[in-house]
Structure formats: structure tokens, C-alpha cells
Design a protein around this ligand. Structure first.
Ligand code: PGA
Length: 250
């Protein structure tokens, strides 16, 4: 999938009853005509199909927030990659810290989910990031290296992967790393991917964690930051659109 910059993705998390979700999606669809960049929204499963229908005909990407690694079976409460695709999703977020840390998901399982998502033709937004304790202990790169090695399959198909660096301590807290830190981390990630996965070393890298209209422009101006993954501010169409504009989108 070709993803013109800026790439601005909104993770709605567990927010959005049908009426609000459709209003939010509709409001974005009205603005997103003849777009220069890539806008994506990741609503809850319950509204995904309706939201996908609401924005059909625009280039907006609609995705799920997780999927199981098996196509079907006795897995109560889970949703598979073919189900997401069937509902109109073109992408899926995997390895989000709220699942890694909140629900105990491990790299090996995330790796199998990534493979399953690709099997259904989905774009994967793979999230990685260190906790505050790891950050303070100066272990950021070691953690990112481990997560990359553990959750990325050996063969990465072209155009099917975006990596989002989301420091756990910046998610929903209003705190962000300094611009210099974001630049360093993304430069490190780029160099690491080029060395280890030369075929896809230039894949899009997003920053996520307390992105707002006020800081989005500076963050997306950093080298090797191709866009942002937005949580809270993606629930307000005005704010989300301002973030997209701040990254140079139109
Ligand atoms: P936030 O969440 O923008 O609310 O910090 C980001 C995310 O979890 O992807």
C-alpha cells in the first residue's frame, strides 16, 4: 500500500458508540477530499464495518485495533484478521502497549498476529516502546531492539508494514520525549531496520504518545518521522484534522 506523507493515524481505543463514531468518521471524510497525505482511523470492532462504509469512496484507511493469530476457532471474545478484512478494514494495529502491558501480550504472539494480518492483506501498524522504568534506566534501545526482533517475522512484504514508536510513559499522559530524543530514537530505528531488514529499511516510522495539534508539526518535522499515531486527540475531528494539517497534509 502506498502511503504518502504525512501519515496520520487515529487509534480510537475503547471509545465510540455508533452515533458518535459515524459523526466523527463523516466529519473527517468531508474534509479528506483530494488528499495529499494518508489519514487512517482505527475504531472499535463494533462500529468498524459501519465506519468503513461511511468513508467508502475516500482514500481514508480504516483498521482494527488488534486481531488473533488464527483465522477462526474457539477463542471467545477475539476477532481474526479475515474477519477484519471482511468488515472493510485495510489495516490493523498490533502490539500496542495497552495490550502488551495491560493484557500481557508477548512478542512471539504478536509476531504470529502480524503474519496472520499479512495473510489477509492488511497493513500492519506495529507498536513498540519502552516503559518509564526502562527509559530512566537508559534501556530504550535495548527494549526496542528486543521488540523488533521478537515481533517481526523474518520476511516482511513490501508496503505492508508501518512501525510506531510509542514510549509507554508518553501515552495518554501529556508528556512527550524532547524533539531531540524523538529524532535520536527514529534515527536509531531507521539505521537498525536498514541494517537488519534492508529490503524494507525505508518503511514508514510513526511517533505516538500525547500528540496534539500544538506539538504535531514539530514532531513530524523531525527526520525519519513519517507521521504520527494519535490516541486522545483523534476523537475530536477538529484536533485530529489540525494534526494532519500540521504535518503538511491537505
Ligand atoms: P495518546 O495515545 O495520543 O492518547 O497519548 C497514543 C496511542 O496510544 O496510540
Amino acid at each position: 500500500m502506498s502511503l504518502p506523507r504525512p501519515i496520520v493515524f487515529g487509534n480510537w481505543k475503547m471509545h465510540g458508540l455508533r452515533r458518535d463514531a459515524l459523526a466523527l468518521a463523516g466529519s473527517l471524510a468531508e474534509r479528506y477530499v483530494r488528499p495529499s497525505g494518508s489519514l487512517g482511523i482505527f475504531p472499535p470492532f463494533t462500529v468498524l464495518a459501519e465506519v468503513a462504509r461511511r468513508v467508502a469512496g475516500t482514500r481514508m484507511i480504516v483498521g482494527g485495533q488488534d486481531c488473533h493469530d488464527r483465522p477462526e476457532g474457539p477463542f471467545t471474545g477475539c476477532v481474526s484478521a479475515p474477519m477484519l478484512a471482511d468488515a472493510g478494514a485495510r489495516a490493523v494495529i498490533l502490539g500496542h502497549s495497552e495490550r502488551r502491558h495491560g493484557l500481557g501480550e508477548r512478542d512471539e504472539w504478536i509476531c504470529r498476529k502480524v503474519q496472520a494480518a499479512w495473510g489477509s492483506g492488511l497493513l500492519v501498524v506495529l507498536c513498540i516502546g519502552e516503559t518509564e522504568a526502562e527509559w530512566l534506566a537508559g534501556r530504550r534501545f535495548e527494549v526496542l531492539d528486543r521488540q523488533l526482533a521478537g515481533s517481526l517475522p523474518e520476511e516482511v512484504p513490501a508496503g505492508r508494514l508501518v512501525i510506531a514508536y510509542e514510549p509507554v510513559w508518553a501515552i495518554g499522559t501529556g508528556r512527550t520525549p524532547t524533539l531531540e530524543d524523538i529524532r535520536d530514537t527514529h534515527a536509531w530505528l531507521r539505521q537498525r531496520l536498514r541494517a537488519r531488514r534492508p529490503a524494507v529499511g525505508d518503511l514508514p516510522l510513526l511517533y505516538g504518545g500525547s500528540v496534539k495539534p500544538e506539538n504535531a508539526g514539530d514532531i513530524m518535522a523531525q527526520p525519519d518521522v513519517d507521521g504520527v499515531l494519535v490516541g486522545g486527540a483523534s476523537l475530536d475531528p477538529e484536533q485530529f484534522w489540525r494534526i494532519y494539517l500540521a504535518g503538511g497534509g491537505s
